[in-house]
Design a protein around this ligand. Structure first.
Ligand SMILES: Nc1ncnc2c1ncn2[C@@H]1O[C@H](COP(=O)(O)OP(=O)(O)O)[C@@H](O)[C@H]1O
Ligand SMILES: [Mg+2]
Length: 224
């Protein structure tokens, strides 16, 4: 039986009297890939932000790797690529990751090179990110998350705007990571993009999470 990596209990988030996350209960187990599918504004990004400690919770609890997040700590061993990643177009992929690594003092040059190679980019590439395709930029974003060698990886709409080849590329990258026992959560507004990859799929609608395809309000599991 895999270990629990994330345990979310009765999570509510309210902003200006509207409920953004509504009684979310979710357990994520080590080494599995989870998909969260929902339309625009359904709460996907908010849920990922909550899991990485970036959201002040209205009520409920989130535990990551055995530690409860209490609105002023960040989970250990966790990396995320959220909506607005901060890579700079005027620099190469290596220089971008080097800048971020030095700010946070999280990765050595060797870790950066390994992360860039892992996503299938070339760390010696002299082109700046301005010259990268959308797929290559997305890979650079994922490399940035990987350089810290996380055990939990949260990716917000990683397939957005990618063509079929790039989607397949990222799929095989994520499966490699899963084989290394990394737990992955990916969101999408398009179930086709991620269903094939996921061990469990949930859908989110107006902040309510449910097992995909089911009508139960209680979260259950679709095993594949
Ligand atoms: N800073 C904010 N202030 C108020 N409401 C917000 C804020 N950010 C997001 N929301 C609302 O929260 C809901 C969920 O947003 P989000 O998680 O970004 O949706 P998704 O990622 O599924 O498109 C939406 O209704 C959105 O309007
Ligand atoms: Mg979003």
């Amino acid at each position: 039986m895999n270990k629990d990596v994330v345990i979310i209990k009765k999570l509510y988030k309210e902003i200006n009297k509207s409920i953004i996350l509504n009684d979310i209960n979710l357990n994520l187990k080590e080494g599995l890939i989870y998909g969260i599918i929902g339309g625009n504004g359904s709460g996907k990004s908010m849920l990922l932000k909550a899991i990485c400690g970036l959201l002040y919770l209205s009520s409920g609890s989130i535990e990551v790797f055995g530690t409860i997040l209490n609105n002023n700590n960040f989970p250990s061993n966790t990396s995320a690529v959220l909506d607005a990643p901060g890579l700079l177009p005027q620099y190469t992929v290596f220089k971008n990751l080097k800048i971020l690594a030095s700010i946070k003092d999280v990765a050595k040059d060797e870790d950066i090179k390994e992360a860039i190679s892992l996503v299938g980019l070339d760390y010696n590439d002299k082109r700046t990110l301005k010259k990268y395709s959308l797929g290559m930029k997305q890979k650079a974003n994922i490399a940035q998350a990987l350089m810290e060698k996380p055990k939990l990886l949260l990716l917000d709409e990683p397939m957005n705007g990618l063509d079929e080849d790039s989607i397949n590329n990222i799929r095989s990258l994520l499966l490699d990571l899963k084989n290394n026992n990394i737990t992955i959560v990916i969101t999408s507004h398009n179930s086709k993009d991620i269903e094939i990859l996921c061990d469990e799929v949930y859908s989110i609608k107006k902040g309510v999470l449910s097992s995909a395809g089911g009508t139960d309000s209680e979260v259950s599991v679709i095993a594949k």
